[in-house]
Design a protein around this ligand. Structure first.
Ligand code: SF4
Length: 494
């Protein structure tokens, strides 16, 4: 080998695109999604509505899915591991009779992915049957669990949700609505709950409105969903968001009631829902996700313009911001990166020979688009930095002459205690590196993160004087809207 070649630094620092991954791991070093809940009150085929609703919420959790129907006081339920389409079929759906139902898709961290934790969780208590589905995380679950165990409670699952069931069951109040209120008051954290008994369905949201939760209507039936995109899927119309500290109650023989179980605190809707988690066709607090991302892209262009030939977005969550960046700068938006949607959740590790050829299972660069071009690559966030490095190198391999990375949110520096599966602080690259060090680590020609104000202006919630425009921004600024525990105690959601 000549001396010249020996000294040449390869641009591509890994052997192949999946380097360092174990079979079954997600290739995208992204934050773990949360969970999704869906509920129906008063529709002849509640289970089918839940099935389609869960399909629309599948991006929020792929570990397990479940539906619990209420057929005039008799519960039927089915839960399974895997995607909604893998768990449910015509046979098990037809057994789920009833006009009321609650349903769930779950994301969980490794080790907790067990059927016993799949939701809705169903219990028998002194008032009859009780089913609960939730999205979020109870920050004080561990203390509450210890207290309950010391009083004799025996837990069946490792899920936070069971804490609520025990609090309801042990309540001194026989009336379910009062018992739920009493139980919710003891919780700290972020949660959107659907609680079903033999004659009642309650939707409840945490006092800061951290998690998204909306109500819809289909004919005379009422629906609840983590995201409004599920209403469109089943042909329902949006009615309103569930508000902070609120319970919406449906009870056999009664009109719908809306009650506060506690004083609403400062609104703190999860900013990352707008940046990354939610589907672009959903609205949270009446703000459309695609429109918010596009505004963030435009503001990013104003804050960090760079002359380039094409703008591209990392699919799928960064495409809206890339369109905004392109519109603002006049640089053409192009599909420079393509995601292969059919790789599934597990794949066989490529042989060494295929590794050397550079197997790109999930993402490819479009050579004809980027070859010889200066590329602005928009991404929504950088977590560990490994994904960004892979994607920058993909673009370089395909012939991009420069890769300028623009991130449509501020540096992600702090873990989430509210149901988003984040690495610990020491694994968050922005918590341990300067921007320049990150730029080098991801092999970019330049790197810029959108400012916090830019992100909040892009979201544009129009707050009533709440801090951070009504958003939670704790993972960016370390200002948590509730008391939080020890970082080591963070549990996965649900
Ligand atoms: S800490 Fe970040 S991810 Fe967690 S709720 Fe707040 S904004 Fe969302």
């Amino acid at each position: 080998m000549s001396h010249e070649l020996e000294n040449k630094q390869p641009l591509w620092t890994g052997d192949y695109y999946n380097e360092g991954m174990n079979a079954g791991e997600s290739i995208f070093d992204k934050l773990g999604e949360e969970c999704g809940v869906f509920g129906v009150w008063g529709h002849g085929d509640a289970a089918s509505l839940c099935y389609y609703g869960l399909h629309a919420l599948q991006h929020r959790g792929q570990e397990s899915a479940g539906i619990c129907t209420n057929d005039n006081g008799t519960f039927h339920y089915y839960r399974g591991m895997g995607l909604v389409k893998e768990v449910f079929n015509n046979n098990n759906l037809k057994d789920l009779k009833g006009s009321n139902a609650i349903a769930h898709v779950r994301y969980s961290t490794a080790g907790e992915s067990k059927l016993v934790n799949a939701q809705p969780l169903v219990f028998k208590y002194r008032g009859g049957d009780l089913a609960i589905a939730t999205n979020g995380n109870i920050v004080n679950a561990k203390e509450l669990r210890q207290q309950l165990e010391s009083q004799g409670s025996i837990f069946q699952t490792s899920s936070d949700t069971e804490v609520l069931a025990h609090l309801i069951a042990r309540s001194e109040h026989n009336d379910i609505v009062t018992a739920v209120k009493h139980a919710l008051k003891q919780l700290v954290g972020a949660y959107a709950f659907l609680i079903q008994t033999q004659d009642t369905l309650i939707a409840a949201l945490d006092p800061n409105a951290l998690r998204p939760f909306a109500m819809g209507q289909l004919g005379d039936a009422y629906l609840f969903s983590s995201e409004t995109c599920a209403f469109d899927t089943v042909g329902a119309s949006y009615v309103r968001d569930v508000h902070a500290g609120e319970m919406i109650i449906f009870q056999q023989g009664h009109e719908m009631r809306i009650e506060s179980y506690t004083e609403a605190k400062n609104k703190a809707v999860c900013a990352m829902e707008y940046v990354y988690f939610a589907r672009p066709d959903s609205d949270i607090d009446t703000v459309n996700i695609h429109a918010a991302r596009k505004r963030m892209g435009k503001l990013l262009a104003i804050e960090a313009f760079t002359d380039a030939d094409v703008v591209t977005g990392v699919p799928d969550s960064s495409i809206s911001a890339a369109i905004g960046y392109a519109e603002q700068t006049g640089i053409p938006y192009e599909l420079g990166l393509i995601k292969n949607r059919y790789t599934g959740r597990t794949f066989i590790e490529p042989s060494q020979e295929l590794r050397e050829q550079g197997v790109k299972m999930k993402l490819s660069a479009v050579r004809k688009v980027v070859e010889g071009k200066r590329v602005v690559m928009i991404d929504d966030s950088i977590v560990r930095g490994t994904t960004s490095l892979r994607i920058v190198n993909l673009l370089r391999e395909a012939g991009a002459t420069e890769v300028h990375v623009r991130i449509s949110s501020p540096p992600f520096q702090n873990p989430c205690f509210y149901g988003i599966d984040t690495p610990t602080r020491k694994d968050l690259i922005a918590a341990t590196h300067t921007i320049e060090e990150i730029r080098k680590a991801i092999n970019a020609d330049s790197l810029y993160f959108l400012s916090k104000q830019g992100m909040l202006d892009g979201i544009g919630l129009g707050s009533n004087g709440e801090p951070n425009g009504g958003c939670c921004t704790a993972c960016f600024d370390n200002h948590y809207p509730t008391p939080v525990g020890d970082e080591d105690e963070i549990k996965a959601c649900c």
